[in-house]
Design a protein around this ligand. Structure first.
Ligand SMILES: C[S@@+](CC[C@H](N)C(=O)[O-])C[C@H]1O[C@@H](n2cnc3c(N)ncnc32)[C@H](O)[C@@H]1O
Length: 329
């Protein structure tokens, strides 16, 4: 094991102080919890991989995302709406409850996933070969690296999430080769995410990159979301692409927002944003046609407009101008 491996484990488990202890005849790693209630409290092992597997269920970012099967969870409810199998009873009960009253939520979730695929394909066709999928969610085929590689076979993809279940599934299913990595990170702290060695090893910040913030920003407070998007915009090299989708209050039944807030209570906020606020996330970027529109309407191919929906999610793809334009570098 190298110092770099230890640095990566430290970055992945910020809830722990982790150090190497070398004494005559003994060489081992110790991890000690820095937060009350974070279990296990202490782990001692000579094997860094074992340390990782013991810490894994505790999660890397232990606050909102701490693992529990007893409470509905963002990624697993979304998985239920997409027709996946990686969900527990509490997730199914909450997802099905919302869907009973608003059957269109599952349709919007699928349309969102289809938007993500079209956007990645579009961006890869425009010469981008490095992607950061922030708030990546549980693996849902085709995943970003699979889509990007259809256009750019050497594409490099970093999946970021703060949910320990997502991270362990992603590490098992997505980290298939040296050009894909999975990073424990929180969108509310972009600086830390972007400095993570597992990300910097993969992404050249001097070159254009695609940052995906798809169906995640509505799980942040308005202030956190605006600050995070602004930080990504500043960090991205000229020629980079920003891909965003988010739930909007514009045209969405307020009762649906209330139901979602109740379903995620104690897990994450659900913040409705207006169409204008979502458009503002692209400030200084050139929006690709057709602009910020319903997820199903972004370069839709064969997808048909839903008859009527009380649930709206908006999507857009913006490009950071290559030069000038008054963009603060
Ligand atoms: C609805 S899923 C979207 C998955 C995928 N982006 C898609 O659109 O198909 C939202 C994901 O964002 C993650 N997430 C929520 N808040 C986050 C945060 N502050 N930092 C990192 N990930 C977050 C959740 O854990 C979940 O996996």
């Amino acid at each position: 094991m190298t110092a770099q491996d230890l640095a990566t484990v430290r970055a992945d488990y910020p809830g722990y102080r982790i150090w190497r202890e070398i004494t005559p005849g003994r060489d081992r790693y110790v991890a000690r919890s820095l937060l009350p209630g974070l279990n296990p409290h202490t782990v001692v092992t000579a094997d860094l991989s074992e340390l990782r597997s013991v810490l894994e269920p505790a999660g890397a970012i232990p606050d909102l995302a701490a693992f529990t099967a007893a409470r509905a969870n963002i990624a697993r409810m979304y998985d239920r709406w997409l027709g996946g199998k990686d969900n527990f009873e509490a997730d199914r009960a909450a997802a099905d409850g919302v869907q009973q009253r608003f059957p269109e939520v599952a349709e919007v979730a699928r349309a969102n996933r289809a938007f993500l695929a079209r956007a990645v394909r579009y961006v890869a066709r425009h010469g981008i070969s490095q992607f950061i999928d922030a708030g990546a969610g549980l693996p849902a085929s085709p995943n970003v690296h699979e889509i990007a590689r259809e256009e750019a076979p050497d594409a490099r993809v970093v999946y970021v999430d703060h949910d320990p279940v997502v991270l362990s599934h992603a590490r098992a299913l997505l980290a298939v080769d040296a050009n894909v990595s999975v990073v424990a990170g929180d969108i509310r702290d972009p600086a830390r995410m972007l400095a993570d060695p597992a990300l910097t090893r993969m992404i050249d910040a001097g070159d254009p990159v695609c940052v995906l913030l798809v169906s995640v920003l509505h799980f942040l407070s308005a202030g956190d979301a605006d600050a995070a998007v602004a930080a990504f915009r500043r960090w991205m090299a000229p020629g980079s692409y920003l891909v965003i989708s988010a739930g909007t209050t514009t045209g969405t039944d307020p009762e649906l927002l209330r139901q979602l807030q109740a379903a995620y209570a104690g897990t994450a906020p659900v913040t409705g944003r207006t169409a204008a606020e979502i458009e503002a996330w692209f400030d200084g970027f050139s929006l690709t046609r057709p602009g910020v529109v319903d997820v199903w309407a972004w370069r839709p191919g064969s997808i048909q407009r839903p008859a009527q929906s009380r649930a709206r999610m908006l999507a857009g793809v913006g490009r950071k101008p290559s030069t000038g334009n008054g963009w603060p570098m």
